[in-house]
Design a protein around this ligand. Structure first.
Ligand SMILES: [Zn+2]
Length: 142
């Protein structure tokens, strides 16, 4: 990894380890991934979009089990991909981890967790991103 790649990596961490969306201060809608302009308020929202940290907690709206993955995810199958509705009302599509596939249910509470997604063998870069895991077993310890 060259110096340039390292500094880029560290700069990206705050965004990657938090779910940061944008909120339109005109209509209070929240977007994730971030948007520069609110599609409802359009020109009125310019300069009125602010970053908001999302809780990372939500519920599974729907899911599918992937048996035949894209080539770069080979070896991980089968795995579950779900649409998760966050507490803020934003929907994100993400892999579900730390859960037996037959335990996944619609309405299940999940939270974001940051994981290594993929190694890029060509450049040596490692990509991280968010995935979701069930909430229940972590709350048992409290
Ligand atoms: Zn708006």
């Amino acid at each position: 990894m060259g110096g340039e790649a390292v500094s880029r990596f560290w700069r990206e961490i705050p965004q990657r380890y938090n779910l940061i969306g944008t909120k339109c201060k005109v209509c209070n809608r929240i977007y994730f991934p971030q948007r520069e302009v609110c599609p409802f308020c359009r020109r009125k929202s310019i300069g009125k979009m602010e970053e908001v940290k999302l809780s990372g907690r939500g519920k599974i709206v729907t899911y599918t089990i992937i048996h035949v993955p894209p080539k770069k995810f080979e070896g991980q199958a089968p795995y579950a991909v779900a649409v998760v509705e966050l507490e803020e009302g934003v929907r994100v599509t993400s892999q579900i981890v730390d859960c037996n596939l037959d335990k996944i249910k619609i309405g299940m509470e999940v939270e974001a967790t940051f994981r290594r997604i993929q190694d890029d063998g060509w450049t040596g870069a490692i990509y991280y991103g968010y995935k979701f895991r069930p909430v229940e077993k972590h709350e048992d310890k409290k």
